[in-house]
Design a protein around this ligand. Structure first.
Ligand code: GAP
Length: 435
């Protein structure tokens, strides 16, 4: 399958099966903003839960936080986002008047109509709004472009209310907003996105080794959730492309159909943010080492990932088409840990006695697995639907079940079928799903 085709096929599957819808679609949509349907919600929750479990719950040195999206505007002055969070923008002066990011163009003419381009000017990517009834300069607030600043301004609150000592981390999941100049490639570059961010506070001399540590941990996580190793790589940033706060940074990139693209950014932010907030707020943000009594501003290592890009990479990686008996079978070969449903329970036909057993089996499995019950359409079409949404196992209740108290378990990837006694079903499903 051609790579360019792959994205189109996936976009259509996402709409058809309820993963992703264009925002406010009945009004023509809103550029680079999307809604997530019933299956999309399930996949996003899995991504968030897997990240949270790995980064927060399985460790005793990371605390969670949920800061508000709206913050005092001085935060963005201190963080440097007001002055620096911008991209160079040019306008087409020819026929189409389209806007472009100057740093993404290869020539000096408009890529769309060949027209002349205006000189580049910096365009700040933060969305601006007003707080309260008066729309004047004093009421301006911003929608956060990263969740990280909510962590920095709460550094002392978390430190003083937990029993953490440096090195430790604060993690946060939340929406961010960026008024991107150019968008495209489906949900790759959004104007409303969701981030998974960890700020790791350590002693100034230790940040280089913690940076190595987090690069390895994060790469291992991407592999563990099912992304193929040969579609993942590190790409260190050159000096000319680092963010304004970064001493050094590297991306974990995924091989998207249009080329390698950033999945996660890992940065050494030094003490840039805490120092700037200390200066602007006048509050002491230093840490006191309890064993030596020394006081310092911790250095920060930051792994920062987008839920949406992970979602897209997982679906692209999993999508495949196969020829089965002259028909095309579409399969999402998702890892069971991220699949929206783990087990589908299907009565062979709509006979009441089969539906009754199937309902009972599904109710029983539901307490352990993400299950779906489906009695519509012919069984072959129901298998195809489950293949297409990535359900690893289908349990079919047939007429024999009434006699032998057993069901057929079908594996999504191989389409193999095994007969399993109802009393063993839970155990067999757990083993099949790698639990
Ligand atoms: N606090 C660090 C930070 O904001 P970033 O590299 O700008 O770093 C981190 O963003 C991650 O957020 C990216 O690796 C990407 O996964 C995601 N991301 C950033 N901008 C995005 C956008 N416009 N649409 C979707 N995801 C985006």
């Amino acid at each position: 399958m051609a790579d360019s085709n792959r994205l189109d096929l996936l976009v259509s599957l996402c709409k058809r099966r309820g993963f992703v819808f264009p925002s406010s679609e009945i009004y023509g949509g809103l550029n680079a903003v999307y809604d997530f349907g019933p299956l999309g919600v399930r996949l996003r929750r899995r991504i968030r839960d897997l990240w949270w479990r790995e980064v927060v719950e399985l460790r005793d040195d990371v605390e969670g936080l949920e800061a508000a999206i709206l913050m005092n505007p001085r935060v963005w002055e201190a963080s440097g986002h007001l002055a620096n969070f911008s991209d160079p923008m040019v306008d087409c002066l020819g026929e189409c008047h389209q806007r472009w990011r100057a740093d993404q163009l290869s020539g000096d003419r408009c890529p769309n109509c060949g027209g002349e381009l205006s000189p580049a000017r910096q365009f700040n990517l933060m969305f601006k709004t007003h707080m309260g009834p008066v729309e004047d300069a004093g009421s301006v607030v911003y929608l956060r472009p990263e969740t990280a600043q909510g962590i920095f301004v709460n550094f002392k609150n978390v430190l003083n209310s937990s029993r953490q000592r440096v090195p430790f981390g604060i993690a946060q999941i939340g929406r961010s907003f960026r008024n991107e100049i150019t968008t495209g490639n489906f949900i790759f570059r959004l104007r409303e996105l969701e981030m998974l961010e960890l700020e790791w506070f350590c002693s100034p001399g230790d940040d280089a080794s913690w940076f190595e540590y987090w690069c390895e941990r994060r790469m291992a996580w991407h592999r563990a959730i099912g992304l193929s190793s040969d579609s993942l790589r590190f790409r260190p940033h050159g000096d000319d492309e680092k963010a304004h706060y970064a001493l050094a940074s590297t991306d974990i990139e995924y091989r998207f159909p249009w080329g390698w693209g950033e999945l996660e950014g890992i940065a050494r932010r030094g003490d840039y943010d805490l120092r700037r907030h200390q200066e602007m707020s006048g509050k002491d943000l230093q840490y006191t080492d309890p064993s030596t009594g020394s006081r310092f501003l911790p250095f920060v290592v930051e792994p920062s990932l987008g839920v949406d890009r992970t979602f897209l990479a997982l679906l692209l990686d999993a999508y495949r088409e196969e020829e089965v008996r002259g028909e095309t079978r579409v399969v999402l070969g998702l890892d069971p840990r991220v699949a929206p449903f783990e087990v589908a329970v299907l009565p062979l036909s709509k006979r009441p006695e089969l539906m009754e057993v199937a309902r009972r089996v599904e109710a029983d499995l539901r307490s352990s697995f993400a299950t779906e019950y489906d009695e519509t359409q012919a069984i072959g079409r129901r298998y195809r639907r489950q293949d297409e949404i990535g359900t690893p196992l289908a349990v079919t209740i047939d007429f024999e079940t009434l006699e032998d108290q057993a069901a057929t378990v079908r594996r999504r990837d191989s389409m193999d079928q095994v007969r399993v006694s109802l009393s063993q079903l839970r155990e067999v499903c757990a083993t099949e799903l790698g639990r």
